[in-house]
Design a protein around this ligand. Sequence first.
Ligand code: NAD
Ligand code: AHE
Ligand code: ZN
Length: 368
Amino acid sequence: MKTKAAIAWKAGAPLSVEEVDLDGPRAGEVLIEVKATGICHTDYYTLSGADPEGIFPAILGHEGAGVVVDVGPDVRSLKKGDHVIPLYTPECRQCKFCLSRKTNLCQAIRSTQGKGLMPDGSSRFSIGGKPIFHYMGTSTFANHIVVPEIAVAKIRSDAPFDKVCYIGCGVTTGVGAVLFTAKVEAGATVAVFGLGGIGLNVIQAAKMVGADKIIGIDLNPAREEMARKFGMTHFLNPKDHENIVDAIVQLTDGGVDYSFECIGNTKVMRQALECCHKGWGKSIIIGVAEAGAEISTRPFQLVTGREWKGSAFGGARGRTDVPKIVDWYMEGKINIDDLITHKLSLDQINEGFDLMKRGESIRSVVMY
Ligand code: NAD
Ligand code: AHE
Ligand code: ZN
């Protein structure tokens, strides 16, 4: 079939909206009509050329929601008409990783996914017979996509696509990092570095679990108002402090119980670790840093009880947890609406990247 997609022909160039050819679903795969997709910082990161796994030409996008319009042979858990969120972290429930119960990082299709291919090693997108690569197993900047059944969360049919698409990455990443990775408890002190599409979700989850002090740190002063609305109790702009770590330590009688790096800056990752309380403070890295970047600290920071941990997709098991997070949104437990600051058509998708770069949007959502 033909469908419309925004193509990333090369690193650093604007996306180009074109008609592409899409091969239908094979065994264990489904065809989804994407109804809406968010634009995440990670799409920008890959488009910029900083992603070691970035391949071009590709169809980016990994934060979508839509409807199943066709199923291939042997598909058991999904049918035509199901409302779904495609998952860049699948959940096969059979691999060593899934069975361990220790991680959400299902590896069933990770190697082909990282090469921009379907599990059988083919690309289903092409233009004029020339293959176009998939991205993160999702490619939600295309109006129609083919994905494996294990990489699809079935959600309730009354949830609005233009809101719950954000659960496909940002909401789950931020909320999940608090609930599933860090397991923040009531009364805890929390520092959140970077108050964008991820950090604000960390803040709302920290508030949800009853954290006491929630300190937000961002270079953009315009982020303060929104972050306070979501539960931030203290705002610090690093530009106003000679030493941001000292400022946080002073504010919290020795450091925070939990910190979250939601930027992708290795210097900030160090600050996030070092503002944690001696003996028990836990720092969670969410931000994605460019190829070749490395983190450092004095081992003494860890010897004296701080923990450094990473979180992908908030530690969420997509097919199990994503439908629950959609329920939380529908029940009013989490706020998504106020974080979606811009709605765009596919033809306006480059504007979404410009808004992000200028720090003017939290989330832009493209509606098909
Ligand atoms: P965003 O652009 O919406 O937000 C980033 C925020 O960081 C902005 O508010 C910006 O002003 C602030 N910032 C930038 N540099 C700063 C600095 N030096 N000090 C303080 N604040 C600074 O981005 P986002 O969509 O929220 O994504 C954040 C990061 O999380 C990105 O690296 C993205 O790739 C990553 N991410 C990771 C996962 C995961 O599963 N681990 C999932 C989604 C996104
Ligand atoms: N190709 C990148 C990987 C970047 C990365 O860490 N991605 C996160 C999701 S970011 C969503 O916005 C992730 O899920 N990581 C686990 C994985 O298996 O990729 C790079 O830098 O190499
Ligand atoms: Zn993302």
